[in-house]
Design a protein around this ligand. Structure first.
Ligand code: CA
Length: 231
């Protein structure tokens, strides 16, 4: 499981320790020493998960979590709060703000990796290596293989990521900016029509088995994958 993780932690020693452990577990870590830096990084690219220290200089962890939850663009990003406080009241406050989990320092690297895995599985299935199936279309992130009715489908890396994201979020409509954020990871330098180009390539790869009908255009909104026939 390889996820992009934004680590917001002001203590360099702890930041380094966590980064090393998560990198060893296969994740890609982007560190930020304070909330302002984190917000700047989030404007450029959305991570799969945010690891957020409670006690930060400037914007506190809890305030940052609140802001992420109030912004449509960042609302769905899973958050795990890190804190030295062990009090029940803090834990309740952290979870009420919208954190998905809460880890009290000191914690073992193994526990942290396990908690991240659990939260990703629940909240960001596109960052896990669980295989997905829709109507005979099968995608295996581990082997990077896609089959339709048992037939191998060849996809480019972007089409693969796009299909993986759509398949792990079926029935929901995703706008072009959302897809750029989630699949390209950086919406600043890519034009929205790029999404259309890759959707076209994806459909054409799925055409032989008729699975191109799963990729539906929702006029004026964006794209979705659905096993149901569109009207
Ligand atoms: Ca701190």
């Amino acid at each position: 499981m390889a996820a992009n993780i934004l680590l917001v932690e002001d203590e360099p020693a702890i930041q380094e320790l966590i980064s090393a452990n998560l990198t060893r577990a296969g994740h890609h870590v982007v560190p930020a020493g304070d909330g302002e830096t984190a917000l700047r990084l989030l404007r450029d690219a959305l991570p799969d998960l945010v690891l957020l220290d409670w006690m930060l200089p400037g914007i506190s962890g809890i305030e940052l979590a609140r802001r992420l939850r109030h912004d449509d663009r960042t609302r769905a990003i899973p958050i795990i709060m890190l804190t030295a406080r062990g009090e029940e009241q803090d834990k309740v406050q952290g979870l009420e703000t919208g954190a998905d989990d809460y880890i009290t320092k000191p914690f073992s690297p193994r526990e942290l990796v396990a908690r991240i895995k659990a939260v990703l599985r629940r909240r960001a299935p596109q960052a896990t290596e669980d295989p997905v199936d829709i109507a005979g279309l099968h995608l295996d992130p581990l082997t990077h293989r896609v089959t339709a009715m048992g037939r191998a489908i060849n996809l480019g890396p972007t089409e693969f990521r796009l299909l993986h994201f759509l398949m792990t979020h079926p029935e929901r409509v995703h706008s072009r900016p959302q897809l750029l954020d989630q699949v390209w990871g950086d919406h600043v330098f890519v034009e929205e029509r790029t999404v259309d180009v890759h959707i076209r390539r994806l459909r054409s790869a799925l055409e032989a088995t008729g699975h191109h009908h799963l990729i539906q255009t929702v006029r004026g909104s964006g794209y979705r994958i659905s096993a149901q026939v569109s009207g």
